[in-house]
Write a protein that binds this ligand. Structure first.
Ligand code: S3P
Length: 442
């Protein structure tokens, strides 16, 4: 059953709220805890559907995964190479990260794993992971175009590879590095543009030998040594900067707003949106910068701001790839033109986000243009008309972005099905309404 929501113009947003835990870090904490020997404890885990699917999958692969009443997750892992053949399909729901990283994990275990997901995940390209993992010795059987459902026939005698990523993707990088854990020798991934490095940071923290070499031409070579002894750890998950993006942009757009978001992850490979918004003139302060669980965090203080259009270079895309939909919403309130370059990867996310943003903004009366992989948004400094109904197509970030649009547009904005928000930001509407938003079921 679909869950339509309407978002109407809000009075000033105010207050302090903690957004849920980081999705990327949450998936990895569960996977690495399941591989480590001994006990791992994860605090602040994102309890959204994507991550809960990963928890269930790690159980199906033989790990003990338990949630305590205080919200701490406790894992007892199997040791590197110790995963067991799952008795049934692994259903990763909406989660590309869950599916792709897990394909890497099982590719170098000597059993067969069947994967599926929702209609969105079943439409997404898996060849990008199948291709390098096949070079390590795994076999893939998928639907046409490398799409799920599919099976990974893991190899008993994996070979290490050196692989240069054809697309900037932390998921593909991570899948190869995870396959490399149960592979003799050294497995290397070369990336032209740095993508989020949570896998590298957390694997090291669990005891793996992960080395990063900066090559002369700006590329980075990331290597993992096979058969490490991973041992159980405590992981503290910061608040997700990609989720914080929604209340952030809402506070900038709704006149008179002043909100605080404590403990938001500030890994420099994730903060492109905040840099861009500041260039647009946003009043964003990073209070109390500190390190928590090996990741930098800060308390974000956000005040309503007058924004100006900017050019966002393609090189910044990997550090804000999930934030373009909500940046495009911000740009439609700005004075002048915002040009976002290098957005090809936006077309293969939970939905074709490039097309969804273009359609949604047009329906809200915003002037937008598409030039190849560049999206151009023209703002005139006034709130756009709004008043549209947006097709979500199982994409959480499209739903949240257009609910933010409704908070400051002239007329309310409806999203046809907000259920997908549960994948990454459970409680989004209540949290925003607690700050003063007016989101309601229709
Ligand atoms: C993620 C990597 C990104 C991002 C996704 C999470 C990760 O995907 O869009 O939400 O946790 O590694 P790509 O690797 O496809 O860019």
């Amino acid at each position: 059953m679909s869950k339509p929501l309407k978002s109407a113009r809000a009075a000033a947003l105010s207050g302090t709220v903690r957004v849920p835990g980081d999705k990327s870090i949450s998936h990895r904490a569960l996977m690495f805890g399941a591989l480590a020997v001994g006990e791992s404890r994860v605090e602040g885990l994102l309890e959204g559907d994507d991550v809960l699917r990963t928890a269930a999958a790690m159980r199906a692969l033989g790990a003990e995964v338990e949630r305590l009443d205080d919200g701490t997750w406790v894992l007892h892992g199997r040791g590197v190479g110790g995963l067991m053949e799952p008795a049934d399909l692994l259903d990763l729901g909406n989660s590309g990260t869950g599916a792709r990283l897990m394909m890497g994990l099982v590719a170098t275990h000597p059993f067969t794993t069947f994967f599926t997901g929702d209609a969105s995940l079943r439409s997404r390209p898996m060849k990008r992971v199948a291709e390098p993992l096949a070079r390590m010795g795994a076999r893939f059987v998928t639907r046409e175009g490398g799409r799920l459902p599919g099976a990974v026939v893991g190899t008993a005698s994996p070979v290490p590879i050196t692989y240069e990523l054809p697309v900037a993707s932390a998921q593909v990088k991570s899948a190869i590095l995870l396959a490399g854990l149960n592979t003799p020798g050294i497995t290397t991934v070369i990336e032209k543009e740095a993508t989020r490095d949570h896998t590298e940071l957390m694997l090291r923290n669990f005891g793996a030998n992960v080395e990063v070499e900066h090559l002369e031409d700006g590329r980075r070579a990331i290597s993992v040594t096979g058969f490490p002894e991973l041992t159980g750890r405590r992981v503290v998950v910061p608040a997700d900067p990609s989720s914080a993006a929604f209340p952030t942009v809402a506070a900038l757009l709704v006149p008179g707003s002043d909100i605080t978001l404590p403990g938001v992850g500030m890994n420099p490979l994730r903060t492109g949106l905040y840099q861009t918004l500041r260039e647009m003139g946003a009043q964003i302060h990073f209070d109390n910068p500190r390190e928590e669980g090996g990741e930098p965090v800060a308390d974000l203080v956000l005040k309503a701001s007058t924004l100006r259009g900017v050019d966002v270079p393609a090189a910044r895309a990997p550090s804000m790839i999930d934030e373009y939909p909500v940046l495009a919403v911000a740009a439609s309130f700005a004075i002048g033109t915002t040009r976002m370059f290098g957005l090809s990867e936006l077309r293969v996310k939970e939905s074709d986000r490039f097309a969804a943003v273009m359609r949604g903004l047009q329906a809200c009366g915003v002037q937008v243009e598409e030039e190849g992989d560049t999206m151009i948004v023209h703002g005139n400094g006034n709130p756009p008309p709004g008043g549209a109904t947006i097709a979500v197509n199982l994409d959480h970030r499209i739903a949240m972005s257009f609910l933010v649009m409704g908070m400051a547009a002239q007329a309310p904005v409806l999203v046809d099905d907000a259920e997908a928000i549960e994948t990454s930001f459970p409680g989004f509407a209540d949290l925003m309404n607690g700050l003063g938003a007016r989101i309601e079921a229709v």
